[in-house]
Design a protein around this ligand. Sequence first.
Ligand SMILES: [Zn+2]
Length: 80
Amino acid sequence: MKTVDFRPCECGIKRGFLDERAADKALGRARAKRDRQAQRWDGAHPIHRENRIYECDFGMWHLTKQSRRSYEEHAALLAA
Ligand SMILES: [Zn+2]
């Protein structure tokens, strides 16, 4: 069984992935876990499923939890 390879990043985030593929894989695993929890919680917090991956200034990839609302606010700021 292969575990996902992540290491501390220089930006201070503990889970840094070396490439987009590794981060995407980890995100998929996190989503699957959350979906099982969401079923147990009867879908009480569906908005928190808006997880994303991004590349930081140090060239590593991270997962981020971001609600749809904050994402849309950020997108609106970028568009302004
Ligand atoms: Zn980083």
